[in-house]
Design a protein around this ligand. Sequence first.
Ligand code: FES
Ligand code: FES
Length: 154
Amino acid sequence: MSNATLKVNGKEYRLSFSPHQTLLHVLREELGLVGAREGCGIGICGSCTVLVDGRTISSCLMLAVQAAGHDITTVEGLADDEKLHRVQRAFIDHFGFQCGYCTPGFILSTVALLANHTNPSAEEIREYLSGNLCRCGSYPNILKAVMSLSDSEV
Ligand code: FES
Ligand code: FES
């Protein structure tokens, strides 16, 4: 077993887990943060996306021990008490989901995109979010949601 302190959504957790456990497994099974979902398990679908020091990471590919010492953000950490993050609000307002399985990953990728690029074009949004897959095909509304947050919206 490995002992490590993980900082997740601003709180530090002292944890003990097998060295081979992924960050995704520890977030879900040890911390009960189930917003990150397992889809493919091999880094293709983006449903397990979390932010590590502000960068999008497929948590199915990262060992939990590698995350020690870094700031991890999951979708559960975005809202400010009762107030949703503006990206969460935009996805709701524009119906940017159907089943919702992919949604936390899309939202976190959008947060990372807008942190570095306040006015992405539709093409840039498509490119940046290309690592997130939606089996329900909600792409048109997801694009509308993200465009609503872009300064370049006309
Ligand atoms: S479950 Fe991690 S990328 Fe698909
Ligand atoms: S809303 Fe169902 S997978 Fe995207």
